[in-house]
Design a protein around this ligand. Structure first.
Ligand SMILES: [Zn+2]
Length: 452
């Protein structure tokens, strides 16, 4: 169940003890019980399969921060947080004096999922396009019928700030119920100054009022809007001279993203956008090599992007360049699944090449309406042959690094925000295989028990 008043929950730091997790997946490479900065980077290669599993594990939380992690008996011996309560182990006590204990017997506990690539803020629906696709419609057929990204653009431009916030909050509720505790949200359905700023403002308001943390990305270079049809250079002139400075003044976005794809923006145009973003204080991210091997991965490496996303068509040299430059590859298998494509990204090749791989939903109304990270983990395993442990690493620690949250989110260790999920499966290896079933039983966000 989702807490009725999420603001109240967020503002009430609660002391809490989770005990008896059949498997507690920490995703930490640091020695147990120590806050350690070397857990702030992503895991690569074989290390993605070594994610620090503690059996019969426990977590102690005080004021929203993890204060102890280990085997249940060890943690209970170290944590005299309050007088024992009748019927309960020695445990933490909330501000109200009521002890909170989560018994995770038979369950697997993971860091809260980090959804590193979403188009969270939009208005309008596009389910009719999915029905059209079932009967063989192609992208251009859908465009001719008034669908595609421009239909979302029209709906989003006409939506008020309150409507955009309400839509985002509803989707964040669903994400939270599926274990997501941090999410990245892009603009890019306005493609004019007012709507781009309104999308980012909606993401900020949602982040301040919902338990899920929202990280904003400016993506004015998502498409060319109708008023600049046939003139992408003219549109980019407008973005760089007017929109980007306004986004910088607004101060919400942390990243700048661009859709580098045949028929959208070229590598040279993408380089121009991302360099301008850097000048305005926004770290680069890129939609790269989704359909054609354009060289988007190589551009991400050249610019030191925090992530390169999609990559289903990335070249071998592109993959090697990501590994060399330390760019996180954010893979989006739910998009390929929704488009009924078999062209999934080469996750195994990337992991073997030493690339830090992350996962995300790409949640958006057109090509990936899912909001479920457990479903993405299922696809990562069944369609991209990632192991369950690799997929969990990619959906937590590595995803946090893909959105600049590597020091706060994605790992269960002392000193971190107490963001974790209890999944009703006996082991991490069981997580992906009940496809379509939500395994999440409980969610704790910054020490607050927000889903149970
Ligand atoms: Zn996207």
């Amino acid at each position: 169940m989702l807490s009725a008043d999420t603001r109240l929950v967020r503002e009430a730091p609660s002391d809490l003890l989770l005990i008896h997790a059949a498997e507690l997946v920490t995703c930490s490479s640091a020695p147990r019980g120590y806050a350690c900065s070397d857990s702030s980077g992503p895991l690569r290669g074989a290390a993605m399969g070594d994610i620090g599993i503690i059996r019969d594990g426990a977590i102690a939380v005080r004021s929203g921060v993890i204060v102890d992690v280990g085997a249940t008996q060890e943690v209970l011996s170290r944590e005299p947080l309050c007088e024992p309560s009748p019927g309960l182990p020695s445990c933490a006590a909330s501000a109200s004096g009521v002890p909170q204990v989560i018994d995770a017997s038979g369950c697997t506990v993971l860091p809260g999922f980090v959804d590193a690539h979403t188009h969270l803020v939009f208005a309008g629906e596009r389910y009719r396009e999915h029905v059209m696709r079932l009967s063989g419609a192609k992208y251009l057929d859908i465009l001719a019928a008034g669908g595609g990204i421009l239909s979302t653009l029209t709906s989003t431009r006409s939506a008020s700030l309150a409507e955009l916030v309400a839509g985002a909050m509803k989707r964040l509720d669903i994400m939270l119920l599926h274990g997501t505790t941090t999410v990245e949200a892009k603009s890019g359905y306005g493609l004019d100054i007012d709507t781009e700023l309104r999308q980012l403002e909606a993401a900020k308001i949602a982040s301040e009022t919902h338990p899920v943390d929202v990280v904003g990305t400016f993506m004015g270079a998502h498409a060319v809007p109708p008023e600049f049809a046939g003139d992408p250079e003219g549109y980019l002139d407008f973005v760089l001279s007017e929109v980007l400075p306004a986004v910088e003044r607004q101060g919400i976005a942390q990243f700048c993203d661009v859709f580098c794809e045949e028929g959208v923006f070229s590598v040279e145009q993408s380089r121009r956008v991302l360099r301008a973003g850097i000048e305005h204080g926004l770290r680069p991210k890129i939609h790269a090599d989704e359909i054609f091997p354009m060289g988007g991965a190589e551009l991400a490496a050249e610019l030191g992007a925090v992530s390169a996303d999609h990559l289903a068509a990335a070249s071998n040299e592109g993959i090697r360049s990501l590994a060399r430059a330390g760019v996180v590859a954010v893979l989006l298998p739910a998009t390929m699944f929704t488009l009924m494509s078999q062209a999934y990204a080469d996750a195994r090749g990337m992991i073997d090449a030493g690339v830090a791989v992350a996962l995300a939903t790409d949640s958006n109304p057109g090509t990936s309406p899912t909001m479920s990270m457990p479903f993405v983990i299922t696809l990562a395993c069944l369609k991209m042959k990632m192991t369950p442990t690799e997929a969990v690493c990619a959906a937590t620690r590595n995803a946090a690094c893909a959105i600049g949250r590597g020091e706060r989110a994605g790992v269960i260790e002392v000193g971190r925000d107490a963001d974790f999920v209890v999944c009703d499966v006996p082991a991490v290896d069981a997580l992906p295989f009940s496809a379509g079933v939500n395994p999440v039983r409980d969610v704790v966000k910054r020490g607050a028990h927000v889903v149970w």
